[in-house]
Write a protein that binds this ligand. Structure first.
Ligand SMILES: *Cc1c(COP(=O)(O)O)cnc(C)c1O
Length: 395
């Protein structure tokens, strides 16, 4: 039996009749741009995450770009973001002529190392973009405190974490702006591209709304240069069908993660990461060595609600590619998120050296990580097949 890394149809096909009804509704009224289903969907998201304003946008990438434009990030400004994330986080900064300054990450939760961020603040730093990677929030209290001390704006890249929580606050709602993505592989996966920008700030919401539509207000009068960052009515209508089931989708992923953790922990050489080692890489390394660890399982911090966009293993001792090859040979989907850190991307080699230093943990993890199937519709036989294949590899 083959187990795909993700099967979007397993979630979407059971909704066929409802999705068709939503499509027919939009076809009937014909308001394809900013039609009534857009506002309905925005309200549903705002209510779900508990935020005042939600603006649907063309993608998670454009949500980041729009957030930074609304915060007036300009050429020469510096914006802190982790080196270990999807490209868009830094790409949005760069497209405005600003400089992404890369911070290292925590080897336990894969998120921004706040102490490293603090060291990299300069007189030009304007904003900080914590990313809630793989479905778990970054440590927001110290990040928000650091931002406040230094007058920095905070944009949370919550593309992978819509609905996840940090101390009972929703990811994306703690900074000046939060951004979500509805790319099909995200937890609230759409039928094409889409995203959402959220904020509790009335003035920022209003400005972002104007910029979303070419900076035009009223129509054909442009005080600002904006863009076309709108999300289709149709996409909003289709996603409304899935929002209603989102809590269930999350619960299924959490069930799968718990099952993996219980079963994989029983295998020799497999240990779960220990949050106690969050701030000390060398202590963690000696602890892992003492246990003869070969694979490290991900962990959800006690103060977080993890939504498991990815279930990411660390494979130690340069054995990652060997495990990947083994799983691929067994027709088990897996992938490396992310093989190259952002500070090492070709397109950023022209950035000042100072923006690309001290990301050692990120580099190391890029060589260790391997994500295995975690999507909600994975069945018991499939989960067990993944576990059996890992067990076989361990020998
Ligand atoms: C997916 C993703 C984005 C971009 O979202 P798109 O909707 O694909 O443009 C940005 N940041 C992170 C961390 C992501 O995972």
């Amino acid at each position: 039996m083959s187990v795909p890394l993700l099967d979007v149809n397993a979630q979407n096909h059971p909704l066929e009749s409802e999705l068709q009804a939503a499509f027919n509704q939009v076809l009937k009224h014909g308001r394809f741009i900013m039609g009534p289903e857009m506002e309905t969907f925005e309200k549903e998201i705002a209510a779900m995450v508990g935020v005042k304003h939600a603006l649907s946008v063309s993608s998670g990438t454009d949500a980041l770009l729009l957030a930074l434009m609304a915060l007036d990030i300009r050429p020469g400004d510096e914006v802190l973001c982790p080196a270990f994330t999807f490209f868009a986080t830094a790409g949005a900064v760069s497209r405005l002529g600003a400089v992404p300054v890369f911070t290292d990450i925590c080897p336990i939760c894969f998120n921004m190392d706040v102490n490293d961020a603090r060291k990299k603040i300069t007189a030009r730093t304007r904003a900080i973009i914590p990313v809630h990677l793989f479905g778990q929030c970054a440590d927001m209290d110290p990040i928000l405190a650091l931002a406040k001390e230094n007058g920095l704006r905070v944009v949370e890249d919550a593309a992978q974490s819509i609905g996840s929580k940090y101390k009972n606050r929703d990811s994306g709602t703690m900074g000046d702006f939060g951004t979500y993505s509805f790319f099909p592989s995200k937890n609230l996966g759409g039928f094409g591209d889409g995203g959402m920008l959220v904020t509790n700030d009335d003035a920022l919401a209003e400005f972002a709304k104007v910029l979303r539509n070419h900076g035009s207000k009223p129509k054909y009068y442009h005080h600002y240069v904006g863009g076309n960052f709108r999300m289709d009515t149709l996409q909003c209508a289709l996603l409304s069908v899935k929002v209603k089931r989102y809590a269930q989708y999350t619960a299924q992923r959490q069930f799968n993660a718990a099952h993996y953790i219980t079963e994989l922990s029983k295998l020799p050489g497999v240990v779960q990461a220990d949050p106690a080692h969050c701030k000390c890489v060398s202590a963690q390394d000696s602890w892992l060595a003492a246990q003869n660890a070969r694979i490290v399982l991900p962990v959800s911090y006690a103060h977080n609600t993890h939504i498991w966009n990815q279930f990411t293993l660390r494979v130690l001792d340069n054995q990652r590619d060997s495990l990947r090859d083994h799983l691929v040979a067994k027709n088990i989907g897996c992938d490396i998120y992310y093989p190259v850190t952002l500070d090492q991307q070709q397109c950023f080699t022209g950035l000042p050296e100072s923006s690309r230093t001290g990301c050692d943990v990120s580099h190391r993890l890029a060589g260790e990580v391997l994500s295995i199937p975690i999507y909600g519709e994975l069945n018991e036989a499939q989960r067990n097949e993944v576990i059996a294949a890992i067990n076989e590899w361990l020998g």
